[in-house]
Design a protein around this ligand. Structure first.
Ligand code: ZN
Length: 655
């Protein structure tokens, strides 16, 4: 015991003066992994290969709370090496010599508290990972520091009914008893936070990109009709980005997998994006809440984040800003220039507001908000391209990726590359757009006004300043976005004519005209037929409250509409039905039970929170509802946890 302690102190001292990456390069990890879903345990064994860059007496891997059975150098000589585990790191101790390579084996079990999640979906097990911000080292020995890139080959054993999806290419499947071992192979290295694994019930659809890369779209077996709307434009986005970035997609294939109760919208694991199944939509849901932007954003990260990775939080925008910008370009390719400029306009307004609230930061501040990292980052690239021109911009991006591929980067690596092709200093630009705290909102508006007549018109239409023209705007030539602005400012101007305009205008009517005047009642009722679950939800509620005599009619018309994955329309429909005493009087108990059933663990967090909210509104959170709330306090998603705690507190206050 004592001896280990002395050795321990000794090697701590070596590393207090230098990064481990100066001494050692971990090259490759091969791990054979299996799970016990019901016990939430991971069992694994495998091999690491590393190369020593400078003589050193110890190296470590991050490994949180593992039970190691052994960790032995592959060529075990005269007890020259030992290992020690301190709860967060596994240390290999011995006489490591410069330029030598070493292999060692490991075997362990772990019960990860985060980064790998065991969830239930419709009573079926699903396992998925999230490495960024959570550390892969909670379930696989790896390096928390992004700066050592490793080739990870995962071999995963699962029950034969499940699909296993991981980084890289599936090279083999071996059947044994009622299990299958899936062999995934990577050819290139990546930072540990990008390791991914999903196990669940899935089917998949495959396409091939223009350049020959296999594109794999995973979906739940019952969702075959949602595959097309969910993954709409995927191949177009892929082909567009590969061409636009000018650097061939760097991995063997590209997989996208929806998972239950994911922590974020999506995560760009190398060659294997995991995204929230809330984005799995039918063709109506596509109009309201589609996956296109997240799809393009995570794909762009395969270059900006995965191929080149920011060294530290200070340069985080090199990932998020680039992914946001290239997603916007992909959306421009699909939805057109006006869409592109409108999104830039919206983000400049948000950034301006952030500054007014005194919350603006330099883009290089690691504590910046997501708004800054993502949207200001994207703005930097838009403004830079406007300054230096398409040709210089594209050459610089390509050259930057070529130079730094499979390594880590800082802001200056990119700026230097642009300066080289531009032939002039960008110091002034960097000071204004990247370094200073305030977002240069005037310069941004100047660019928008120079480049987009659509934005000029949008800015001109303002019914808070001058009202005389606003009636005209609703009738004539201005864009639908401008009409939406008028409706939001003066909903009383909506007439029967206004309903003739497009989807967005009609949605705005449902959103802002809440007390419905009799004169537009008939047209308003047609909103219940719109191809939008948001419009239908708003319209149903507003019609039900405005015209009590017609409640039965509205409920009958919408009784089969479910809505998004959070069943937004269905839940509203149940709540309204329960509050319409004369309508389907004998079915009330069944509907109430249905509402309560949506609070159980097997449903997704958004649906559960929706159901809890309605029960709270109706003052009807019964014992089952309360016990589900109690259980939700230990959910893996912090939003669900916070929601459950808040609601329980409020319920207790009432008693
Ligand atoms: Zn991102």
């Amino acid at each position: 015991m004592k001896r280990i302690l002395i050795v321990f102190l000794l090697f701590i001292s070596v590393f207090s003066y230098a990064q481990q990456t100066d001494y050692v390069d971990f090259l490759k990890c091969e791990a054979l992994i299996h799970f016990k879903p019901d016990s939430s345990k991971v069992y694994a064994e495998g091999k690491y290969i590393l190369k020593i860059l400078k003589d050193v007496d110890s190296v470590f891997l991050d490994a949180k709370d593992f039970k190691f059975n052994m960790m032995l150098p592959y060529y075990w000589e005269n007890n020259a090496f030992r290992y020690s585990h301190d709860g967060s790191k596994i240390w290999m101790i011995g006489d490591f010599k410069k330029d030598n390579s070493y292999d060692f084996w490991f075997e362990y079990q772990a019960t990860p508290k985060k980064a790998l999640y065991f969830v239930k979906r419709n009573n079926e097990s699903q396992i998925w990972t999230q490495g960024q911000g959570k550390y892969t080292s909670n379930w696989l020995p790896s390096i928390d520091d992004v700066n050592d890139k490793i080739e990870f080959d995962l071999y995963v054993t699962s029950d034969e009914n499940f699909e296993v999806i991981a980084n890289g290419k599936l090279t083999d499947k071996q059947y044994y008893d009622s299990t299958i071992t899936w062999y995934y192979n990577m050819q290139k290295p990546m930072s540990s936070y990008l390791v991914a694994l999903v196990i669940g019930k899935y089917n998949k659809k495959t396409e091939t990109s223009k350049s020959g890369i296999p594109l794999e779209y995973y979906y739940y077996p019952e969702d075959s009709l949602k595959v097309e709307p969910t993954y709409r434009y995927s191949k177009q986005i892929f082909d567009f980005l590969e061409e636009e970035i000018g650097f061939a997609y760097p991995w063997q294939n590209y997989k996208q997998v929806p998972v239950h109760d994911f922590l974020y919208a999506g995560m760009e694991n190398t060659s294997c994006t995991i995204f929230s199944d809330a984005f799995v939509v039918d063709s109506i849901g596509f109009n309201d809440k589609n996956y296109v932007n997240v799809n393009a954003h995570e794909l762009a990260h395969q270059w900006f984040g995965d191929l080149v990775t920011a060294t530290s939080g200070e340069h985080h925008w090199m990932q998020e800003g680039f992914a946001t910008y290239y997603a916007l370009l992909a959306e421009r390719d699909i939805f057109g220039d006006n869409h592109y400029y409108f999104k830039l306009y919206e983000s400049s307004v948000d950034l301006g507001r952030q500054d007014l609230a005194g919350e603006g930061t330099s883009l290089l501040d690691p504590k910046s908000s997501s708004l800054t990292f993502y949207q200001r980052g994207a703005w930097v690239l838009h403004a830079l391209r406007s300054l230096v021109g398409d040709d210089v911009f594209k050459k610089a991006v390509k050259s930057y990726l070529e130079k730094h591929q499979f390594t880590t980067v800082e802001t200056s690596d990119f700026i230097q590359e642009v300066e080289r092709f531009y032939g002039k200093s960008l110091e002034q630009f960097v000071n204004v757009w990247i370094k200073q705290e305030d977002f240069p909102v005037d310069a941004a508006f100047g660019l928008l006004q120079n480049e987009s007549t659509f934005i000029n018109e949008y800015l001109m239409v303002d019914c808070q300043a001058k009202t005389s023209k606003c009636e005209e705007y609703l009738k004539y030539y201005v864009s639908d976005e401008a009409k939406v602005k008028v409706i939001s400012q003066m909903p009383e101007l909506v007439t029967n004519d206004t309903f003739k305009h497009g989807f967005k205008v009609r949605q705005a009517i449902s959103q802002y005209v809440r007390q419905i005047p009799k004169e537009i009642k008939e047209n308003y009722e047609t909103l219940l037929d719109d191809k939008s679950y948001i419009t239908i939800e708003n319209a149903l509620y507003n019609l039900w409250t405005s015209f009590p005599e017609d409640r039965a009619k509205y409920l009958s018309k919408t009784r089969n509409v479910v809505g998004f994955n959070d069943k937004n329309v269905r839940l509203l429909w149940i709540a309204l039905n329960l509050n319409t005493p004369f309508y389907q009087a004998d079915n009330k108990q069944g509907l109430f039970e249905e509402l309560v059933s949506y609070t159980y663990e097997r449903y997704n967090a958004d649906l559960r929170m929706n159901a809890f909210n309605y029960l709270k509104l109706m003052n009807a959170c019964n014992d089952a509802c309360k016990s589900n709330l109690e259980e939700a306090k230990s959910h893996h998603n912090w939003r669900m946890v916070k929601f459950a705690k808040d609601m329980l507190e409020k319920l207790e206050d009432k008693q």
